[in-house]
Ligand binder design. Structure first.
Ligand code: UDP
Length: 239
């Protein structure tokens, strides 16, 4: 059987928005900053797996709204996540962190295939594992993959880095001045109050499997390190 980790093992979800710095393509300054923050936490003994999004290149739903067949558009979305993964790998290696990229769509010259037991072994050796190409399946989101990879590689929690928002609120703080910031929220409360924490498939997978999660802001420098180390930032979503 698979032994649960003795160390803190965290799955970090980074959205495509972060990689693009809010634009299409790659913002190397932001990616380097986040890589350095990850390196800081790895240096302090945290085991790290990362799921990367790809919305800075393509979102399948948007391409399909403009006339493409949905499944093919989703594959383009997944390929975008691979470019983000390679960029993050590069800046992590530059920061002195050993890394492996594993993809859900096989591309042997670029990355390993997704092999969960091997991913666990990498983390035990102090390597950061970057999961790319989502689940390899159209109609899924990388948020859902983040929860699934965390479950399968025995991560102790999922931390969801967000742009433009630093926690879960009772309403959208960008449009509603009465929005209240939540320190903690249960999955049941979030569902009941219809708080938009993540997409519904990711949400139900996390709730049903009792995955502890932290939703935090990527805009504040140092937050990635803090969240990886388990400092109390953002909102804790509890089973
Ligand atoms: N995608 C997919 N299956 C997956 C993961 C991603 O089809 O398992 C596609 C989907 O088209 C999605 C795109 O890849 O829009 C980019 O991923 P996502 O939107 O989750 O990235 P993020 O919002 O985190 O930038």
């Amino acid at each position: 059987g698979v032994v649960p980790p003795a160390a803190r093992r965290v799955l970090l979800k980074l959205s495509g928005e972060m990689f693009g710095g809010g634009a299409v393509g790659l913002d190397p300054i932001v990616v380097r900053r986040v890589a350095d923050e990850i390196a800081d936490a790895v240096g302090q003994g945290v085991q790290v797996a990362i799921v990367v999004g790809g919305g800075n290149f393509f979102r399948g739903a948007e391409l399909s709204a403009s006339g493409m067949e949905r499944a093919r558009a989703d594959y383009m979305g997944m390929l975008g996540t691979v470019m983000n993964a390679l960029a993050l790998q590069d800046f992590l290696e530059q920061a002195g962190v050993a890394t492996r990229v594993q993809t859900a769509i096989t591309m042997g010259q670029v990355a390993e295939p997704y092999i969960p037991l091997r991913a666990i072994r990498h983390m035990e050796k102090g390597r950061v594992v970057i999961f790319a190409a989502g689940a390899g399946m159209p109609y899924f989101s990388t948020d859902t993959v983040a929860v699934q990879r965390a479950l399968e590689t025995l991560c102790t929690e999922v931390i969801m880095g967000k742009n433009g928002v630093d926690a879960v609120y009772t309403a959208d703080p960008r449009t509603d001045p009465t929005a209240v910031r939540l320190e903690t929220v249960t999955y049941r409360e979030a569902l009941h109050k219809r708080l938009a924490v993540m997409d519904s498939m990711a949400f139900s997978l996390a709730m049903d499997n009792r995955v502890p999660m932290v939703v935090f802001g990527l805009d504040t420098h140092g937050n990635v390190t803090r969240a990886l180390l388990g400092e109390r930032i953002g909102t804790r979503v509890t089973p």
